[in-house]
Design a protein around this ligand. Sequence first.
Ligand code: SF4
Length: 221
Amino acid sequence: MGLYSTIYDDLFCIYGDLRWWPADSRDEVVIGAILTQNTSWNNVEKAISRLKENGLMTLADISRCDRQKLAEIIRPAGFYNQKADRLISISRSVVERFGSIENIKDLQTAISFFSGLKGIGQETLDSILLYALDFPVFVIDRYTKRFIERCYGITGENIKRDVEEEINDVRRLKNLHAMIVQISKDHCRKVPECEGCPLNNRCIYFLHGKQQGAIMHDKDR
Ligand code: SF4
C-alpha cells in the first residue's frame, strides 16, 4: 500500500466519510470557495445562509446581482466588497463562456479557464476542480502541508503530484483533504495539541521530531 493510502486509512479510522464539501450544488461550491478566502468556515456559512434567503445560490443569479446589494448580503464572510466583485466577475465569466458550470467537462479547459480569472489562486482553483467539478486533483493548503509534514515527515513541492499519482478516486481525494482539515482543527493546530491526538502513536513530530530534528522545515516551531 502506498504512503498516501496509508495516511487515508489512518485518518479514515478516526473520521470516516466526512462528505465534504457541504453544498447543495456545484454552483454553491464555487461560491463557497470564493467566500472562504481569508475567513473561517463559520463566517462562510452565515454568508451562504443570507445568499439563500435572498435567492442567490446560482452563478447565473449572482452574475445579474447588483454589486452593492451582494456585498451587503455576504458581509459576514469579510472582505465583502472584494468578494462581491470577484463573485460577480467569475459568475459572469462562467455564464458567458459555458452557460453553466455543468458544461465544463474537460480538466485542462477548466484549469486554463479558472486560473485565468482574477481572485482564483491555486487553493481556490483546486477546490473548484475537485469539489465542484469532480476532477481527480488534490487540494494543497496550509493544513495539508503542516499535517503531512509533521505526522509523516514529508516536505516539499511534490506532495500534490504524489497524492494524485497514487489516489485517483475523486471521493477518496475529497475525503482525504476533508479529514486532514478536520484533524488540523481538532489537534494539529499551529501549536499542536499532541497529547490527545489519536495519531500520536505514529506521528514523527510527536515521537521523534524534537529529539532527532526529523522535521526540518516546520515553520511553526
Ligand atoms: S501528534 Fe501532534 S503533531 Fe502529530 S498529528 Fe497529532 S497533533 Fe499533529
